[in-house]
Design a protein. Sequence first.
Length: 334
Amino acid sequence: MEFSRFFSDPGLLRRSIGDHKRIFIDEIQRIPSLLNTAQALIDEDKKLQFFLTGSSAIKIRRGNANLLPGRIHAYKLGPLTPLELGKYFNIERACQRGLVPDPYIEESERSWKKTLRTYTATYLKEEIQAESLTRNLEGFSRFLNVAAAWSGDFVDFTKLSSLAEIERTSAKRYFEILLDTLIIHRIEAFAKSEKVRLIQHPRFYFFDVGVLNTIMGDFEVPEDRVGRIFEHLVIQSIISTAQSLDKKIRTSVFRTQTGREVDLILEDGKNLFAIEIKSTRKVCEDDFRGLSAFKDFYGKKHRSLVVSRDPKRQDFQKGLAIPLSELWTKLGWE
């Protein structure tokens, strides 16, 4: 009802404000023309504050919307985070159904699974097909399934295109679509200079474990998948927490020519953390091998951390092992 009223009469926003100084509009991408009215109202009254939320940046851009340059503060809102859930955070539940609010808190198994499956189907229909981002929806759907299976790995368009039975150029385009629609995060390769960073292969991760499991068609977390799923959970939690705290961070992955690697290099201002992610419930000295290789390469002051499912904090000669629940304290984000 409200959508129809404002869609047919954008001037209704101006007439509806009255004496209100704070105006909240949800799903602004459905009527991008309202942004022009918002700009005019802000220019007339500097005390006005608009809170505009939307779930599709692509729809706004493709609608030639006025993005209010110089007049807005932009924030990103990701899934729930372990920090905000506190005592209600459960690793097993999060690894299975992710941290999108409704599926995470829903008690009915049938309901939360249906919500996640509907989300995936809606994404393909609303974001991809309706916006004409690609004419080959069948090929894109195959690519999405392949991308889910290889999520957490280094980007290899030759491999992805071969498995999805599409052209390599199509694989690159579909990958960019996933980035633009915020379905995946790209983690660049770490190096000492910007120039070197750009020529290294990045890794990519889905924005939510539950969505990843839905695309994979498997909500179980057996031992052969728990390592990859837990790694996804930690990385998505770090990115979402930084977004919720409005922190500017830089994430990258470190790998030597001999195969030694660190899952995540996190740069937060002047602080740098080398983080190894292990699904084990018992951390040992061997889990610090990649961190030792990074220390030899980097040679500067940083913190080495192993984040695992082990509920106990342990001090090792090469670094500190902590459960995910303690990570935010070590990062200074609490």
